[in-house]
Ligand binder design. Structure first.
Ligand code: NDP
Length: 245
């Protein structure tokens, strides 16, 4: 552990499994204690917590829906009375793919809400405390779908493109208080989120010829959350095996 990371907390949303779980474990490896949010999967959340605790770091499980402001406030505000996370990773997200012509209103609203209201609810709750401490990192997990057209994902693409816009505006708002805000935009990463997608077809369009691994994202997040990245803010990093290069 780096000595100056001692007692720093990273707050990771959507951390029970997939990319979020890997980000949480990687940040714990680097010395952060973890607040681990998730929505429903208790078994996977417990596994992630155990893995983190094996590294000697603490892990607090926070089960709530990030798209719900009241739930977020009730779960997080009491903790903020005594502790402030140094890093917030807005990772929770999900897909409800269908062509716009068939899309139901709730498929549009729910996808937008988890990504965008989730970003707002978490960030709005923690930000005043970061600003007071004059330090912090906010890292938003976007998607290649924000940059390139993907049929069936107009809801998801809109949400992730919105998240990128919010990243840039917030970065400018809080830079003077030494709070750095960036986005990492994954391509296709091997998690449950890829279930049901036509992978053979997709892989043909990835220059590196394979999907990525969760660690491809989490190592970049760990860098952005570290003391090695004090001058990077308002940026969007695409990690996608070369799509669109
Ligand atoms: P997974 O589906 O594997 O995991 C999603 C995680 O988000 C789970 O921990 C889930 O909790 C949590 N979650 C979902 N909705 C909520 C909510 N409303 N409140 C709190 N937690 C929630 O996804 P990935 O790990 O693949 O994706 C992580 C992020 O990366 C997402 O933002 C996704 O959009 C993005 N991304 C992923 C890509 C990929 O190829 N995998 C590509 C581009 C972007 P629970 O398990 O409890 O339900």
């Amino acid at each position: 552990m780096t000595e100056n990371l001692k007692n720093r907390i990273a707050f990771v949303t959507g951390g029970s499994r997939g990319i979020g779980a890997d980000i949480a474990k990687t940040l714990a490896r680097d010395g952060f204690d973890i607040w681990l949010n998730y929505r429903s999967n208790d078994a996977e959340a417990r596994k992630t917590k155990e893995a983190i605790e094996k590294t000697g770091r603490q892990c607090l499980l926070l089960k709530f829906d990030v798209s719900n402001f009241k739930e977020t406030d009730e779960a997080v505000s009491p903790l903020l009375e005594t502790q402030t996370p140094y890093a917030v990773i807005n990772n929770a997200g999900f897909r409800r793919d269908t062509l716009l012509i068939w899309m139901k209103e709730d498929e549009w609203k729910d996808v937008i809400s988890v990504t965008l209201n989730g970003f707002f609810n978490i960030t709005k709750t923690v930000l005043p405390f970061m600003l007071r401490k004059r330090e912090g990192r906010i890292i938003n997990i976007a998607s290649a779908a924000a940059h390139f057209g993907v049929p069936g994902q107009s809801n998801y693409s809109a949400a992730k493109a919105g998240l990128i816009g919010a990243t840039k505006s917030l970065a400018v708002e809080v830079a003077k208080r030494n709070v750095l805000v960036n986005a990492v935009s994954p391509g296709f990463i091997g998690t449950e989120m890829l279930e049901g997608l036509p992978m053979e077809q997709i892989i043909k369009n990835i220059p590196l010829g394979r999907v990525g691994e969760a660690s491809d994202i989490s190592e970049l997040v760990a860098f952005l959350a570290s003391d090695k990245a004090p001058y990077i803010t308002g940026q969007v990093f695409q990690v996608n095996g070369g799509i669109g290069a």
